[in-house]
Ligand binder design. Sequence first.
Ligand SMILES: Nc1ncnc2c1ncn2[C@@H]1O[C@H](COP(=O)(O)OP(=O)(O)O)[C@@H](O)[C@H]1O
Ligand SMILES: [Mg+2]
Length: 190
Amino acid sequence: MAKTPKDDSRYEDLNIVLKETQKCSGILKNLLNSIKVQPLTITQTNVRSFVKETVQLLEKKFEEKKLVLNLSMPQDPPEASMDFLRLRQVIINVLLNSIQSTPEGGKVDFTVGLSEADGKKELNFTVEDNGEGMPKEYVDKVFEPFFSMRKQGTGLGLFTSRLITEAHGGSISFESEVKKGSKCVIKIPV
Ligand SMILES: Nc1ncnc2c1ncn2[C@@H]1O[C@H](COP(=O)(O)OP(=O)(O)O)[C@@H](O)[C@H]1O
Ligand SMILES: [Mg+2]
């Protein structure tokens, strides 16, 4: 559109396409913001097996891209009440983002830990990569539906991850710096 001169015969048509597309995107965003996550199926979950199985699902992708995955987790974490399939989806989304954003030979640190804040116990999943990162002005947008800076991206990965995490009473945060890397922390009360 920006490249088409105003006196080009296609300009008007392009303008209509652009306006209608923006309208559709606005409608979809409103719709997505109003939907709620399906009720969770909570079970007592063994955190170590949960993490190991989740990481195994992505092993090939790490190998293909020659990325090192440093996994660290407590020896004997307590069982946690969670919808493990949904939470697995969240962790896969976040790990996949790091895989996609980190050039060959890079590394991803996946650290699982327990912490206590105001007498409340939390399980933390931290995914930190040393990949391309992203400019500061976009960092606040990553949880918005359809925000994507990838050619093939849907921009729904972090949006749905936030919905699922919050449905667990938890939180998700994202920090990033260009050419340094990114860090995503998922916190779930246990
Ligand atoms: N680890 C990361 N490193 C750099 N950028 C990231 C990372 N994770 C997410 N992003 C940015 O946030 C955007 C939104 O992520 P996401 O919601 O998963 O959508 P998608 O992966 O489909 O683009 C990505 O397009 C990318 O620009
Ligand atoms: Mg993604």
